[in-house]
Design a protein around this ligand. Structure first.
Ligand code: GLA
Length: 385
C-alpha cells in the first residue's frame, strides 16, 4: 500500500496520543559503480524522491512501538531486551541497538512509517528505513550526531541484525542525497563530490523485472567474502597493494593460475569497475553522456559475466534497451539477481521506450514489468509542519 506523509501523520494520530513530528528518508538509485563500495571503490548513487515518511511521538520511558503502514505490521518492545527477529523489524531493532551500543539514552517513542518506495526492488528500502529512523531518533532526542556517523551506524545496524554485510553506498545516498545531484562517493574516505544530473536532456528510467531479489539470501555475502579472499591472495604476492583501488589487472593476471576461477572473475570485475566508475564520473562531469552510457553497458556486462549477479530478465531488458538509439546507457542496478535495470534515456523518448520494453518483456516472460521515471532528490530530513 502506498502512503503520503499526510496519511502517515493521520494514522499516527488515530493510533497514538500526543503530538508528532514528521521525517522523510528516500530510496536510492546508482548510476555506476556496483558492488565496489565494499571494495574500496567509487560509486555514483543519488537519493530519489520516493521513500518513507516517519511520524514520531513520545511513549512511556524505555518503550518503543513501530507500525508499518505499508505492511500493516507492528513491533513493540523495550530498550533493555532487543532480540533479533525477521524481516523489516530487524532493521528497526538494528538501528535502536546502534544508539544503545554507542551509549545514547533514548526517550520512549512511537513511530508510524510508510511511503511510496517499492520494497525488494533494488531501490534500498532498507536504507530508507534505517536512515529515516536514525534521523528521527537523532532529532527527537537532540543527540546532534553528524549525518556521516548516522549513515555508518545504519550500515552497522544492517551488519549486526539482518546480517547483510552491505557497503556504505545506500545509507550514504539516503542521508546525503540532493535534488538534481548525482553523488560521486569515494568509499575509502567516505567523502563525496556532487555532479549535476543533466535533467534537461535525460531521464532516469527504472524498469522493475518484478523478480524478487533478496540480498539476505547469502549470495551478496558470498561475493563479499570472495573479494576478500582475492585481495588477500593479491596482497600475499604484492604486499604494497593496500586495496583493490591500488591493484592492477596485470598483477591479477600473474595470479590467474593460483586462484579459483570464480575468485579471479570477481577480482577482475572489481578492478575494472573501479576504473570505469572513475572515468565515467569524468565523462558525466564534462557532459559526455554517450561515453558515460557506454560505461553503464560495460558495467552490466561485467556484472553478468564476471560478477555473476544478473538473471535472464535483467539481461533481456538491458539487451532490449540497446536496440533504441535514444537509450544512452543501461545496466542492472543494486545487488542484482532481480530488481530493476537503470536506463539513461533521452527525455523526449523515455516514456515511449519504457512502454515498448514492458511490452516486449511481457511477450517474452509472460510477466509484468513496472516502470519508474525517477528524479534525484533530497536525503533524509525533517518535514516542518
Ligand atoms: C546493496 C548494498 C550496497 C551495494 C550494492 C551493490 O545495495 O547495500 O552496499 O554493495 O548492493 O552495489
Amino acid at each position: 500500500m502506498m502512503n503520503t506523509g499526510t496519511d502517515i501523520l493521520k494514522i499516527f494520530h488515530s493510533a497514538f496520543p500526543g503530538k508528532a513530528d514528521l521525517y522523510f528518508a528516500p530510496g536510492r538509485i546508482n548510476l555506476l559503480g556496483e558492488h565496489i563500495d565494499y571494495n574500496s571503490g567509487y560509486v555514483m548513487p543519488a537519493a530519489i524522491t520516493q521513500g518513507f515518511w516517519f511520524a514520531i511521538g513520545e511513549a512511556k520511558e524505555n518503550e518503543f512501538s513501530v507500525y508499518s503502514a505499508t505492511l500493516d505490521e507492528y513491533i513493540h518492545g523495550n530498550f533493555s531486551s532487543l532480540k533479533k527477529c525477521a524481516g523489516w523489524k530487524n532493521y528497526i531493532l538494528g538501528v535502536i541497538d546502534q544508539f544503545i551500543q554507542k551509549g545514547f539514552s533514548l526517550k520512549g517513542f512511537h513511530i508510524v512509517f510508510g511511503g511510496n518506495l517499492p520494497v525488494g526492488s533494488g531501490l534500498s528500502s532498507s536504507a530508507a528505513l534505517e536512515c529515516g529512523l536514525a534521523t528521527a531518533l537523532n532529532d527527537f532526542n537532540a543527540f546532534n550526531i553528524p549525518k556521516k556517523e548516522l549513515a555508518l551506524m545504519c550500515q552497522h545496524a544492517e551488519h549486526t541484525f539482518p546480517e547483510m554485510q552491505c557497503g556504505i553506498m545506500d545509507q550514504y545516498a539516503s542521508m546525503f542525497g540532493e535534488k538534481d545531484t548525482i553523488l560521486f562517493l569515494d568509499c575509502l574516505s567516505i567523502e563525496s563530490e556532487k555532479i549535476k544530473f543533466p535533467s534537461a536532456t535525460h531521464s532516469i528510467v527504472l524498469i522493475n523485472t518484478n523478480v524478487k531479489h533478496s540480498l539476505a539470501d547469502g549470495a551478496y555475502n558470498t561475493r563479499r567474502a570472495q573479494c576478500e579472499e582475492g585481495l588477500l591472495l593479491l596482497q600475499k604476492k604484492f604486499p604494497q597493494t593496500n586495496n583493490f583501488r591500488e591493484a592492477t589487472l596485470s598483477q591479477l593476471s600473474m595470479l590467474k593460475n593460483d586462484m579459483h576461477p570464480d575468485i579471479y572473475r570477481r577480482c577482475k570485475y572489481v578492478i575494472e569497475e573501479i576504473r570505469r566508475t572513475k572515468t565515467g564520473a569524468d565523462y558525466l562531469k564534462s557532459g559526455n553522456i554517450s561515453a558515460f552510457g557506454e560505461c553503464m553497458y560495460a558495467s552490466h556486462t561485467g556484472l553478468r559475466d564476471l560478477y555473476n549477479v544478473s538473471c535472464p530478465e535483467l539481461d533481456f531488458l538491458v539487451e532490449e534497451s540497446s536496440k533504441h538509439k535514444a537509450v544512452t546507457g543501461a545496466r542492472l542496478m543494486g545487488g542484482g539477481f532481480g530488481g530493476c535495470t537503470i536506463n539513461l534515456i533521452e527525455k523526449m523518448h523515455a516514456s515511449a521506450i519504457a512502454e515498448n520494453m514492458v511490452l516486449k518483456y511481457f511477450e517474452t516472460f509472460n510477466k509484468e514489468a513496472s516502470v519508474y521515471i525517477v528524479q534525484p532528490g533530497d536525503g533524509a530530513h525533517r518535514i516542518h509542519l
